[in-house]
Design a protein around this ligand. Structure first.
Ligand SMILES: Cc1ncc(COP(=O)(O)O)c(C=O)c1O
Length: 433
């Protein structure tokens, strides 16, 4: 894109009419010399005033909502190095410790040597290799779904599914606490977004039965990313079936981690494609790699391949990532002890919290996500800073990720942690450091 065209697009995005029309006028005149004035200090100041970035950032800081990235300088595992200091890892989504697993790393290295690194294009151009195909087949087999398609990220998968399936007059029914990618997906479809209170199947059912003839896509997370809890998906599936809605479960935090075979809510609630026609997830969590998948019927998946713009117009996953994911999937299937270890740690954590008077603050779940509720932004920030001093890393979760007064520490358990680490965490949580 030429420089002037880029400016035009930029001006459209910020949608400041006067500024935009000036630039458009200059472009229409074909007066290249006058375009130079865009870069003048007067115009830069004007742009600064229009966008107001400085005061936006200041406000975030004043409201305790400013995000600071912590710089990791090591592999992830039981410990991570943060800014040069070794800390106990209660922070990552690498629930099964596969991100740094030697066999996963080796698989990526071997694939890079044999196939190269980048996939070189969208899956519909040059980016689809026999390895991508092998992973799709292996995932379909693992989940017992007819067909699977890979995306480059869970975020993109969610946008792609919604955009490919929904039209303007359709309804997109969602749990109020669904992940941002599902909420954002609603925006790009133009379908009507209808949200119901968290986990409230009855309210959801009231919505879907209001118009039986309309196409309704009902999306929920399997294990909720910030709360670790889950719907009664069997009754959700029953309502969806009765009132003609299509149920879509994004089980990013369940698949790999929960269930006898590691198939997340499919295993823990004994469900299958019959109840959940669309199942999606990411490789960025329990698999320890990156990318995502959507599972469904042949027709559904073929529709996504044909119509999902985030599939068609996005470079396919790098080959080493695909190879690493295949290895991670093998470990998920053959090493159930990792899931058993997490269950043991969950049990220890809960009994420890109860013993030390933390049960009220702790919002217990049956998953690896165990929030400690702290209400305010400052309380969450202070607690996570205190834990950092204790040598424990967690994240303070604040709006807009969660609602106001729902700030929390998002504690995650992983199979690399040991029993004594849970004890250390609880001692720090009660201020005993
Ligand atoms: C429920 C849920 N869906 C989708 C995503 C996005 O996945 P990815 O990180 O692969 O884009 C996440 C990641 O945080 C998630 O928690």
């Amino acid at each position: 894109m030429s420089k002037s065209a880029t400016y035009l697009t930029f001006c459209k995005i910020i949608n400041r009419k006067t500024f935009y029309s000036t630039v458009k006028y200059q472009l229409e005149l074909g007066n290249r010399a006058s375009l130079c004035t865009i870069g003048s200090s007067k115009n830069i100041n004007k742009l600064k005033t229009v966008m107001n970035l400085e005061s936006r950032l200041e406000k975030l800081k004043a409201d305790n909502l400013f995000r600071t990235r912590v710089t990791r300088t090591s592999k992830v595992g039981r410990y991570v190095s943060i800014e040069g200091k070794q800390m106990l890892n209660f922070n990552s989504n690498d629930y099964l410790g596969l991100a740094s697993h030697p066999a996963v790393i080796l698989a990526a290295q071997d694939a890079a040597s044999k196939f190269g690194f980048g996939s070189t294009g969208s899956p519909l151009m040059s980016g689809y290799t026999s390895m991508h195909q092998e992973l799709e087949y292996a995932m379909a087999d693992f989940l017992s779904y007819p067909k699977v398609v890979l995306f480059s990220a869970g975020y993109l998968a969610n946008l792609g599914v919604a955009q490919a399936l929904l039209k303007r007059k359709d309804w997109f029914i969602q749990d109020r606490l669904n992940h941002a990618s599902l909420i954002d997906a609603a925006q790009i479809t133009g379908a009507e977004l209808k949200r119901y209170p968290h986990l409230n199947n009855q309210k959801a059912e009231t919505i879907i039965q209001a118009d039986v003839n309309r196409f309704k896509l009902w999306a929920t997370e399997g294990i909720f990313s910030m709360d670790g809890d889950s719907h009664d998906l069997f009754s959700a599936a029953l309502s969806a079936h009765t009132y003609n809605a299509m149920l879509w479960v994004d089980d990013c935090h369940g698949i790999g981690v929960l269930g006898e075979r590691g198939r997340g809510v499919l295993d823990t609630m004994t469900l299958s494609e019959a109840e959940i026609p669309i199942l999606s997830g990411t490789f960025g969590k329990a698999f320890g790699t990156s990318g995502a998948y959507v599972a469904g019927s042949h027709d559904l998946i073929e529709t996504l391949i044909q119509d999902a713009r985030t599939y068609k117009y996005n470079t396919a996953l790098p080959i080493p990532v695909v190879a690493a994911t295949l290895k991670a999937l093998e470990i998920i299937q053959t090493e159930p002890w990792r899931r058993e270890k997490i269950l043991e740690l969950i049990h220890l954590y809960k009994t420890g919290c109860e013993q030390y008077g933390l049960a009220e603050q702790a919002k217990f779940s049956d998953s690896a996500i165990q929030p400690i509720m702290l209400k305010t932004e400052s309380a969450a920030l202070e607690k996570s800073a205190y834990l950092k001093q204790c040598g424990i890393i967690t994240t303070a979760i604040r709006p807009p990720t969660v609602a106001k007064n729902q700030c929390r520490l998002r504690i995650t358990l992983n199979s690399e942690l040991e029993r004594e680490d849970i004890e250390a965490l609880i001692q720090c949580l009660i201020g005993n450091y």
